[in-house]
Design a protein around this ligand. Structure first.
Ligand code: PBG
Length: 332
């Protein structure tokens, strides 16, 4: 009798990895500049920028500089930019009235980008924190963040942004009922085609620290945001949020932060099959930049890898501070 040999492998998974051509053929996900939304910080002034120490390589830009940056970003194939305003501490008040002024820095930035780069989709942030003396996303009354009064203010903010020409509104405040209220107001004001990307699964995360430096909210913020942003321990709750926001009229949804929350991205995409975005937030950016500066990680390899992971996890696109350099690298 012949000895029984261990069966020789019929399946050699390495075959499909043997050459760059074969690897390209079997690649399941692709990253393209059209997957990127570039978050930018805008400030008062003319032809000037300031550095943000905890976000090396990211600057706050004056409106004219921002408009130029939009033209370059459009040329690199980036489809959307998301505007975050830096407002003077002295302009922040308890009633946050600047938030819905047509002339605030964010609304001027929307108009400037639309003028300079008409095909660039402009996304906004809807939350009171850049205008609020205490750094919170909602009004504070007797130490509590009040929901319904805040929603009324967010609606006014949304209308001013839509009026300024924003394409995508991004409510990031996490108040209950804001998507429905904003959607109804947009409809009755005739802004029927303005898209809402709800920050639907936004967690009370430690990863927002550098962003709060960038918008000058770190010093202002009293307490934390745990009564409105989600507990990082929860996952089912994210799905309830998404279902609720979609039923109220959100067109796209966001998970935030990004890479530590890829499991949420996957669950959202699988369950709802709607346009799903992740925000690779400031802390994720800062962490990678620190490792690059120390020579511990290679940016050429790691940045694309991190963004590809979002696509693999089911995201349609990513908000990332790396957008301009990645778009350039992808264009070759
Ligand atoms: C504010 C807002 C935050 C971010 C986006 N919109 C900060 C916060 O919730 O405190 C964070 C973005 C980042 O960290 O890159 N509503």
């Amino acid at each position: 009798m012949q000895p029984v040999l261990a069966p020789f492998p019929a399946t050699r998974l390495r075959r499909n990895r043997a050459t760059p051509a074969l690897r390209a053929l079997v690649r399941e996900t692709h990253l393209d500049p059209s997957d990127l939304i570039w978050p930018v910080f805008v400030m008062e002034g003319e032809d000037c920028t300031t550095d943000i120490p905890s976000m090396p390589g990211v600057q706050r830009l004056s409106v004219d500089r921002l408009a130029k940056a939009a033209v370059e970003a459009e040329a690199r194939g980036i489809p959307a930019m998301c505007i975050f305003p830096y407002t003077d501490m002295a302009a922040r008040t308890e009633d946050c009235a600047l938030a819905w002024s047509m002339d605030n820095i964010a609304n001027r930035a929307i108009r400037a980008i639309k003028d300079a780069a008409p095909n660039m989709a402009v996304m906004t942030d809807i939350a009171l924190d850049p205008y609020n003396i205490n750094g919170h996303d909602g009004f504070v009354v007797d130490g509590r963040i009040v929901n319904d009064e805040t929603v009324e203010a967010l609606v006014k903010m949304a209308l001013a942004q839509a009026e300024s020409g924003a394409d995508i509104l991004g409510p990031s405040d996490m108040m209950d009922g804001r998507i429905g209220a904003i959607r109804a107001a947009l409809e009755s004001a005739g802004h029927r085609d303005v898209t809402i990307m709800s920050y639907a699964a936004k967690y009370a995360s430690g990863y927002y620290g550098p962003f709060r430096d960038a918008v000058g909210a770190s010093a202002a913020l009293k307490g934390d945001k745990k009564t409105y942003q989600m507990d990082p321990a929860n996952s089912d709750e994210a799905l309830r949020h998404i279902a609720r926001d979609l039923s109220e009229g959100a067109d796209m949804v966001m998970v935030k932060p990004g890479m530590p929350y890829l499991d949420i991205c996957r669950r959202v995409k699988d369950q709802f099959g709607v346009p799903t975005f992740a925000y690779q937030v400031s802390g994720e950016y800062a962490m990678l930049k620190a490792a690059f500066a120390n020579g511990w990680l290679d940016p050429q390899k790691v940045v694309i890898e991190t963004l590809m992971c979002f696509k693999r996890a089911g995201c349609d696109g990513i908000l990332t501070y790396f957008a301009p350099e990645v778009a350039e690298a992808l264009q070759g």
